[in-house]
Design a protein around this ligand. Structure first.
Ligand code: IPD
Ligand code: CA
Ligand code: CA
Ligand code: CA
Length: 270
């Protein structure tokens, strides 16, 4: 059994403190104020309350760290220190429709000696199932105290693949359709469950064999990408490069599934 670092204890405490309010809001979803950030891009009072609760708790624990927040944008901190990348509620559409599939995602991005910034710690907490997925660089990916491994399936015909479909006004639907048309006939099944953070956590845990999506934001994937890699998987952009966050494109899976999906995606983009 492994216990996680003090930093993860801080992150998990923040998520667990914010979660009861989120669960309460989920139970009274019809009374929540909902607004639109764009066409079909909803945000509710629950997203904002949860984000505020996380920021308050994490600021208290690490006063000089900055934030990149889905709802609140950037809060600058000491540039020599790490910053938090947070999606307070990944799966808002599910939440607002009463579907219990959503999560809090918190990642730590650290400045490296080479001047780059890298994700070194991630937590994805699912308030309804009380599941806590976490990863630390070089220390593996875990669900509570159970070590996670990506799936061992290598033949796409046996594989269950997750994806996200661009919604009204977001992403490239024509591109998604071309990729879907190429992937669907080769795999056992495709799922669109509506939380990119949980999609990646479930690739890390081997429930899904692979995942692809584009148009994702750093807070959707920062923690999940670390989970997949620490679970022995590969996660790249559509070109197979190591910039899924910068290019807003993710292909993830074990080495075989990743490379087969990459080939299909590259063919569909040509
Ligand atoms: C969304 C979810 C969804 C993905 C969208 C994201 P939100 O995040 O992760 O699965 O397909 O691209 O925007 O808005 O529910 O936090
Ligand atoms: Ca959103
Ligand atoms: Ca999100
Ligand atoms: Ca969100």
């Amino acid at each position: 059994m492994v216990s996680h670092s003090g930093l993860l204890t801080v992150m998990e405490r923040a998520a667990r403190k914010a979660a009861p309010r989120l669960r309460r809001d989920f139970g009274e979803v019809e009374h929540l104020q909902v607004s639109r950030k764009g066409p079909a891009d909803f945000v509710s009072l629950a997203d904002k309350r949860c984000e505020d609760a996380l920021v308050a708790e994490l600021k208290n624990a690490r006063p000089d760290w900055g934030f990149l927040l889905e709802e609140g944008g950037e809060i600058k901190g000491d540039p020599t220190k790490p910053r938090w990348i947070i999606d307070p509620l990944d799966g808002t559409t599910n939440f607002l429709h009463g579907i219990p599939h959503f999560a809090i995602s918190i990642a730590v991005e650290e400045p490296m000696p080479n001047g780059k910034r890298e994700i070194t710690t991630g937590l994805i907490y699912q308030p309804i199932t009380d599941e806590s997925y976490w990863a630390e660089r070089s220390r593996g990916a875990w669900l509570h105290d159970r070590r996670l491994r990506v799936s061992a399936r290598r033949d796409l015909a046996d594989c269950l693949i997750a994806t996200g479909i661009p919604f009204l006004g977001h992403g490239d639907m024509a591109e998604w359709s071309r990729i879907f048309g190429a992937v669907a006939p080769s795999v056992a099944g495709i799922r669109r469950f509506g939380s990119a953070a949980l999609d990646l956590a479930h690739v890390a845990s081997g429930r899904y064999d692979g995942f692809w999506e584009s148009g994702l934001q750093p807070w959707d994937v920062a923690a999940g990408l670390l989970l997949v890699r620490e679970a022995g998987g590969f996660a790249t952009d559509f070109r197979g490069g190591d910039q899924p966050i910068e290019r807003r494109q993710v292909i993830a899976g074990n080495d075989a599934v990743h490379s087969k999906l990459h080939k299909i995606v590259a063919g569909a983009l040509r």
